[in-house]
Design a protein around this ligand. Structure first.
Ligand code: KDG
Length: 310
């Protein structure tokens, strides 16, 4: 079984039960999310093992994160409980101002998760994994978290990375660009990204041009997500496009993480990239049909059922 490790902040998500501006939303549904936690759940669903390196607060929400992720089969043995700061939370505003899209409103500055630091990186644990994953979110939340990612990447056998640039978390696009380019420097085997992030990182958004440029930076496999249109996988000089399925969208948050966790787990266990992308696209399709970032990630058999129903 492929063994993955991810670094990043797990968060409590308060998802608006009704669509529209948050100021008129009276009910929220609580979920456990955070990009790398979502990645781990998806990887486990796809048949890998995944451990999370993170911090949570010594509070009820921190307990909820640990119990939920443990229950989903994620190894939380390297999630440290930090009594000095609270577990981070965020709200999801749905279908407003753009129908079909969500807006994330963070209350996480100074959170326990953002205090992730190189001290939390158990080098032996990292070295024993087949691959280490992180995202631009972890690079953004604090300098110590960013250094933790660079340290883990230095010791990783293989690296996977999702640019996940959340403009609300960065002082400027240039800061994001610089941090992402540094993460790519040691050689990332699978890069997950999209046109918006690639415009920031490379100044281009055409998928073929993006592949050419990322390849020069050492990326072997590029998963280029074009949202509601579909996604490409580029590898060995070739490309394959998977059109997205048209489904009713409840909340697209977490779709990219489902695709990344699923794809990484399958590809690294030697599933051909085209097949891995088909199944990963099925996983991310199901995620957008519900609130919550990871509850609807399917088993491979259910992903297959969706693929064969189309
Ligand atoms: O990809 C989904 C994430 O954006 C969401 O779970 C919250 O981790 C999160 C973040 O920092 O945006």
């Amino acid at each position: 079984m492929i063994r993955l490790v991810a670094l990043g902040e797990p968060l409590v998500q308060l998802n608006a039960v009704t669509p529209g501006p948050l100021r008129y939303v009276n009910y929220f549904e609580r979920h456990i999310a955070g990009s790398e936690a979502n990645f781990c759940v998806a990887a486990v669903m796809a048949g890998a093992s995944c451990g999370l390196i993170a911090r949570v607060g010594d509070d009820e929400f921190g307990k909820a994160v640990l119990e939920y992720l443990r229950g989903r089969g994620v190894d939380v043995s390297r999630v440290r409980v930090d009594g000095g700061a609270p577990t981070g939370i965020y709200f999801v505003q749905r279908h407003y101002p753009v129908p079909g899209r969500s807006v994330l409103v963070y209350y996480r500055r100074g959170s326990a998760g953002s205090r992730l630091s190189p001290e939390d990186v158990d080098v032996q644990y990292v070295k024993s994994a087949d691959a280490v994953h992180s995202t631009g979110i972890t690079l953004a939340i604090s300098e110590s978290a960013r250094e933790a990612v660079y340290l883990a990447f230095e010791h990783a056998a293989r690296r996977t990375f999702d640019t996940n640039i959340r403009p609300a978390l960065w002082p400027s696009p240039e800061a994001a660009r610089e941090a992402v380019l540094r993460a790519l420097r040691g050689g990332v085997e699978i890069l997950f990204t999209d046109p918006d992030d690639t415009r920031i990182v490379l100044g281009v958004s055409d998928p073929d041009e993006a592949y050419r440029r990322y390849r020069e930076l050492g990326v072997e496999v590029l998963v280029y997500k074009e949202g509601a249109r579909g996604a490409y996988v580029f590898h060995d000089g070739g490309k394959y496009f998977r059109r997205a399925y048209a489904v009713p969208v409840e909340d697209p948050t977490g779709a990219g993480d489902a695709m990344a966790g699923y794809f990484a787990a399958l590809y690294l266990s030697r599933t051909p990239p085209e097949r891995a992308l088909d199944l990963a696209a099925a996983a991310s399709t199901l995620v957008v049909t519900v609130r919550g970032d990871n509850e609807a990630v399917p088993t491979p058999a259910d992903a297959e059922r969706l693929l064969s129903s189309l």
